[in-house]
Design a protein around this ligand. Sequence first.
Ligand SMILES: Cc1ncc(COP(=O)(O)O)c(C=O)c1O
Length: 383
Amino acid sequence: MFDSLIDFIREQYRSNEFIPLHAPVFSGREREFVTETIASTFVSSVGAYVDRFESEIASFTGAPRAVATVNGTAALHIALQLAGVERGDLVITQPLSFVATCNAISYCGAEPVFVDVDRHTMGLSAVATEAWLVEHALVGDDYLCRTKADQKIIRACVPMHTFGHPVDIEGLVDVCARWCIAIVEDAAESLGSLYKGQHTGVFGLLGTLSFNGNKIITTGGGGMILANEALADRAKHLTTTAKTPHPYEYIHDEVGYNYRLPNLNAALGCAQLEQLDKFVGAKRALASRYQDLLRDSPLAFVTEPVDCRSNYWLNAVICQDSLQRDALLNETNEHGVMTRPVWALMNHLKMYSHCRRGELINSEWLEARVVNLPSSILPELIP
Ligand SMILES: Cc1ncc(COP(=O)(O)O)c(C=O)c1O
């Protein structure tokens, strides 16, 4: 049934072997930077590549500052803490996300509240967020947003730029400002994606990135917090065991975390970052080939939202129904072409099944239909 799609993918990747969903590309100075780091012996918690990676990510994204972390989940955990999230708080997020988003909320002792996504962005809906708040919350004289039923503080909101497609961030900034809720943008998947010309991850109070092996650029494992100067200073302190500067004494002034990115990983990141613009170009070129191929097909290819420039990190199609989705998944995977359904909705996972939620019509609709297609960068498309 999906022969032409499978043939097309095999042709693109010029391979009769197994085709993964997303493999990293190391076509720049990765070996040079990593070898140099090994030679310097500064492979671990201090080293010039960490500082360089942070300042280059800040200038690439336009964030005032960037603080490197051991992975994107750690970045989210610290960002939520810095947004003031405390034990017993509620945090609004989308049920259609990778589990790390909710896990980071749980690490703070808070609970997610699931609000629906927009179909066209697959990210948190500003309209649904406002509707949930109108029904369930009030802002007090102390400028805190609390639930009407049990006075729980709704401290933050975590939208996610699904597969690299920017969420309606302007709408969410407007809603959250009126309801006194801090935004932490989970931009793990959207490095290189722009909303009205501005990089994703810099609209909220804080933003976070991931450099896991499956992302558009990788450090092996790694993450980044995007923040203003004051919050970045706090993020640096918390992610480096809260050690106060001293030439030789060990003085730690609060409970901190060992969440720093090793210099070895940052070296890889600096070499990858040099190629990011080209990688985005190659990804967009592959997406446009998929779009052409699927123009008259029953599979609807997911394209970037209006006024946005997506990095097309993971290409996705929307099937007509779950039967067609299962047929597509089975046929492609049986033929050694890796495709995956979207994540199970977070409210369907047992540890989050008791959480508060609004109507999740679009999330459920997408959960039954979305399939990711192979999206590794094709070397020939690198400009
Ligand atoms: C949406 C989302 N949030 C958070 C993460 C967590 O990042 P990491 O794997 O680097 O911890 C990922 C990816 O892995 C992700 O896709």
